[in-house]
Design a binder for this molecule. Structure first.
Ligand code: SF4
Length: 424
C-alpha cells in the first residue's frame, strides 16, 4: 500500500505569490450544494439585494421546493439603526423557526456589505441558540466575497459546526467534506469492505446523526479547500490523516491507502477489495482521456481543487501543466499532492488577474481551467476553457466517477475540434 511519492515532486519548488485583483465567486455559492447535503438546515444570508440575486439566479431550481435558504436584506442604515437591525434579525429568525418546525440547524451567513459587517452575527447566533435549544442549533459563518473564494463558504460552514459537536472517546473516522449522497455512499461502502466500520461524515445529513468528536477521532478530508475545518477539528483533539485526494484511480487508491494504514488493514485484503474498482476506474479514465494526452493545461486560481486536478490530469491523463494557480497553497492539506505532482508547471498562489491573463495568452494552452468571468473572454480569443465551478457541482470523487472526471476535461476539447470541423 505505498503511494508512489515522486523524488521530483513540487513540495519545495518556488511558488509565484501574487496579491492583486482576483476574479472569483463569493462564499455564498457554497449554500447551493450545502443546503442539499444538510437536509434539516436553513441558511439565512444576512446581506444586500446583490446577495439575494446571486442566490436566486445561481439556485433558481429551488423555486419548486419549500426553500431552505433565504436572504434577510439589510438596507443602508445609519449606526443608530444597527441595534434595531440586530433585534429585527432575531425577531425574523424567531418567526421563521416557529413557521418551519422541520428546521433543526440554522446558519446565519454573513456577507460583505459594510452594514452587515457591523452586525454581530455570532452574538445573535449565541442568543438564538440559547432560546431555541435543544431543538434548533443556530450557528454563524461568513460567506463574504471580500476575502473568500467560493469554496471557502463550505470551509467556513463546516468549521462553524465543529465547536458545537459533542465529545466522544470513540475510535472513529470522520470523512470531512460535502459529497453528493451517492458518492458518499460509495466511499462508505468501500471503507466498510475494508473493515473500517465506525465512520461518520461532516457535514452529517441530519442534526441528530450522532456526530461527535474527541481525542480518538481521526479524519480524512475529501475536499482540498477545508483548511479552516482542519484547524477546528485539530483544536478538538482529532488527528488529520494527510493524503492525496480521491480524484482518479491513483488519487482514490492513495487516499484509501492512507486511511487503511491508519486502521491496520492488511495489504492482501486491501488489494482484494480495491482490485475490481481500480481496474474499472483505470479503464474509464483511459477511455475518457483520449484526446487529452500531450495536450497542455493552464489553471487559474478558483476552486482550490487546482493542485489535485493538475496531479490527476498530468499523471493519469497524460496532460502537461503549464501553470497551476491556486487561491491558497495550504501545505498541510495539499502537501501529499505536491509530492506527486512532477516538477515543471509554474505554481502560483493568489492572483493578479491581468498578469496571469498575459501569461496564459503567451502560453496558448490547449485547455484553460478558470472561473466563469474569465471563460467567455478567453473562448472569444480562441482558447478552450473549463469552468472550475462545474467541478464542485459534478460528482467527481472516488473510483466510479474517475472516468467522468476525465470526461469533464476532454469534452471542451472535443467540442472545439467539432466546431473547427464544421467551420472548415
Ligand atoms: Fe453578497 Fe458580497 Fe457575495 Fe456580492 S460578493 S453576493 S455582496 S456576499
Amino acid at each position: 500500500m505505498s503511494a508512489p511519492a515522486s523524488a521530483t515532486g513540487c513540495r519545495d519548488v518556488p511558488v509565484l505569490a501574487e496579491r492583486g485583483q482576483h476574479e472569483v465567486f463569493c462564499g455564498l455559492t457554497g449554500i447551493i450544494w450545502l443546503h442539499r447535503k444538510i437536509q434539516d438546515a436553513f441558511f439565512l444570508v444576512v446581506g444586500s439585494r446583490t446577495c439575494a440575486h446571486l442566490l436566486q439566479s445561481a439556485a433558481g431550481v429551488m423555486i419548486f421546493a419549500e426553500p431552505r435558504f433565504g436572504t434577510a436584506i439589510l438596507e443602508e442604515t445609519d449606526l443608530a439603526g444597527l441595534a434595531d437591525a440586530q433585534e429585527e434579525l432575531e425577531r425574523e429568525v424567531d418567526r421563521l423557526l416557529s413557521r418551519r418546525p422541520d428546521i433543526r440547524q440554522l446558519f446565519l451567513v454573513g456577507s460583505c456589505p459594510s452594514e452587515v459587517i457591523k452586525l454581530d452575527l455570532s452574538r445573535a447566533a449565541e442568543r438564538l441558540s440559547a432560546r431555541h435549544a435543544p431543538k434548533v442549533r443556530v450557528l454563524n459563518y461568513s460567506g463574504s466575497g471580500i476575502e473568500t473564494t467560493f469554496t471557502e463558504g463550505e470551509d467556513a460552514c463546516l468549521a462553524a459546526m465543529v465547536p458545537a459537536l459533542p465529545e466522544t472517546d470513540r475510535r472513529q473516522l470522520i470523512l470531512v467534506g460535502a459529497l453528493p449522497d451517492v458518492v458518499e455512499d460509495q466511499a462508505l461502502d468501500l471503507l466498510s469492505k475494508l473493515g473500517i466500520e465506525d465512520v461518520a461524515v461532516l457535514p452529517a445529513r441530519h442534526a441528530d446523526s450522532g456526530l461527535a468528536i474527541g481525542p480518538n477521532t481521526v479524519f480524512a478530508l475529501t475536499q482540498p479547500f477545508l483548511g479552516g475545518t482542519l484547524a477546528a477539528l485539530e483544536r478538538r483533539g482529532a488527528r488529520h490523516i494527510p493524503a492525496p485526494f480521491p480524484f482518479g484511480e491513483e488519487g482514490t487508491t492513495a487516499w484509501l491507502t492512507a486511511v487503511a494504514r491508519e486502521f491496520g488493514v492488511d495489504q492482501a485484503h486491501f488489494d482484494a477489495v480495491t482490485a475490481a474498482p481500480r481496474a474499472r476506474a483505470a479503464r474509464a479514465v483511459a477511455q475518457a482521456a483520449e484526446g487529452l494526452r500531450d495536450r497542455s493545461v493552464f489553471f487559474f486560481p478558483d476552486s482550490q481543487l487546482e493542485i489535485p486536478l493538475a496531479r490527476f490530469l498530468t499523471r493519469e491523463c497524460g496532460m502537461r501543466a503549464i501553470e497551476v494557480g491556486a487561491p491558497y497553497i495550504h501545505r498541510a492539506v495539499v502537501g501529499p499532492e505536491l509530492d506527486l505532482l512532477d516538477r515543471g508547471p509554474q505554481l502560483a498562489e493568489g492572483q493578479d488577474v491581468e498578469r496571469q491573463l498575459d501569461r496564459c495568452r503567451d502560453a496558448r494552452p490547449d485547455l484553460t481551467v478558470c472561473g466563469l468571468g474569465l471563460a467567455n473572454p478567453l473562448e472569444a480569443e480562441g482558447l478552450a476553457t473549463k469552468w472550475a465551478i462545474e467541478l464542485v457541482f459534478t460528482p467527481v470523487h472516488f473510483y466510479e466517477q474517475a472516468g467522468d472526471l476525465a470526461g469533464l476535461f476532454s469534452r471542451p476539447l472535443r467540442r472545439r475540434a467539432a466546431l473547427r470541423l464544421e467551420a472548415a
